[in-house]
Design a protein around this ligand. Sequence first.
Ligand SMILES: NC(=O)c1ccc[n+]([C@@H]2O[C@H](COP(=O)([O-])OP(=O)(O)OC[C@H]3O[C@@H](n4cnc5c(N)ncnc54)[C@H](O)[C@@H]3O)[C@@H](O)[C@H]2O)c1
Length: 400
Amino acid sequence: MIVPPPLRFGVLGLGRAGVSMLPALRTHPHAVVAAAADLNPTARAQFTRDFEVPAYDSAEALCASPEVGVVYIATPHQFHAEHCLLAAANGKHIVVEKPLALTLADCDTIIDAVERAGVTLIVGHTASYNPTVGAARAIIRTGELGRLRLINFAAYTPFLYRPRRPEELDSASGGGILFNQTPHQVDASRLLGGGMLKSVRATAGVWDPGRRTEGACAALLQFDDGAAASLVYSGYDHFDSLEFRVSTEDERSLSLTSHGATRRALNEGARSPDEETAMLSAMGYGGPAMRSVGPGGMGMFQVELGLAIVSCERGDLRLVADGLIIYDDEGRRSLPLRYDRGVPGRGNVFDELRSAVVDGIRPIHDARWGKATLEACLAIQQSSKEDREVYLSHQVTVGD
Ligand SMILES: NC(=O)c1ccc[n+]([C@@H]2O[C@H](COP(=O)([O-])OP(=O)(O)OC[C@H]3O[C@@H](n4cnc5c(N)ncnc54)[C@H](O)[C@@H]3O)[C@@H](O)[C@H]2O)c1
């Protein structure tokens, strides 16, 4: 049997997302890190030393490289549309970080470009790639627990106090949780619920006058078959839903005094936007504060989903760090999961891309799917602003 060659990835953007994705690329059996590009010379130099492949100083040079078959776009939101068009024009397949773009019009331009170029685009990574979400979806699809009725995600994180570029604190430029964390919750809900949301009612909060972007949100998403998703997120660094990850062992090892630590570190390290941007740069590739995600890491616990319970007519599923717990009429049982192609969640992004490119299987998280997730996130913002339910019109099904 002829084994198709691994996909050759060019990493566009060596900041936090790039740093998190590289271990997944490095450990995936069907992926090769072929090149990178970033504006930051320190990141480029360190990357070339580590991977012994070129690091370009422009997106144009990376997208033109014959060594690259797939461009993984991990640049800030506002560049996603431009960089997708550039990659598509060069005939490259694309993995683009969420959100696909910041407007529905830009999503349409991207959809046109990839369709015309005949390349595959998937929007990843989102929490919906997590193997626990996939396993929950598989159980829902068997019908053994009856119809899906309710999804409950409740996440509490230090999101707002991680070092940020100024535009990440400006909602109009895609800052705040609605474009950064809510897409994870919306995307996973849509995957579990079949994709077709009907309407959204939400309240989002800007609670810190020093960081004037949405840091908290409660949203009710209604599917067209009557199922609902309740999404709660707070990024204000008080309670931390990592506590929901607990097994007995975790409980002992988890430092419960770490709450608020991210805000304290920011307050101590950054007294101006420039100092904050410098703190952020230090987290990029080769920077002194670089932290990567290894195959062990958080296991399969999805920080962005937090407490995650999926209710069907005859049973509940709880998503935990090492699989699912199923509660039905017979009692409670565990379904441990293993992911053996590197980093769970992130590795699954490459699995989906490869199935599309090599086996011709239509990806779930394509550009139309990404547009539908963005539509729901924009509707959450609008619902909160206008204090009313917002109806959706660009939703697509999971496609099965
Ligand atoms: N899925 C996840 O878990 C996850 C996590 C973090 C970020 N993200 C997403 O990744 C994207 C990047 O976020 P980040 O937190 O890594 O930002 P970041 O600021 O840490 O990194 C962005 C990098 O892109 C580089 N860059 C900017 N413009 C460029 C250009 N024109 N050409 C080449 N390089 C350029 C910067 O120098 C920087 O190194 C965002 O869309 C964000 O939503 C996703």
